[in-house]
Write a protein that binds this ligand. Structure first.
Ligand SMILES: [Zn+2]
Length: 76
């Protein structure tokens, strides 16, 4: 369990100091996820979308590359 990232809301971390980004949920909330958990969340959501017809709004997949950093980068 030493790979858990303390800044990440997920449980599939591979790097305790890895970057985390904001994953917006379909319900209006957010998750703060590291890269490994991000991919896991996308996979889970893709699975849900396939299982529940027309459920893309509830289980949206997100693109890591275009996601907001967390905490948000400040201009300096
Ligand atoms: Zn994580």
């Amino acid at each position: 369990m030493s790979d858990i990232n303390p800044n990440c809301d997920g449980g599939h971390c591979r790097d305790p100091k890895g970057e985390v980004r904001v994953y917006p949920l379909g319900s209006g909330g957010n998750l703060i996820l590291c890269r490994a958990c991000w991919e896991h969340e996308n996979e889970f959501n893709r699975y849900q979308q396939n299982k529940h017809f027309a459920a893309r709004e509830l289980w949206p997949t997100r693109d890591w590359e275009t996601a907001k950093h967390y905490p948000e980068e400040t201009q300096s």
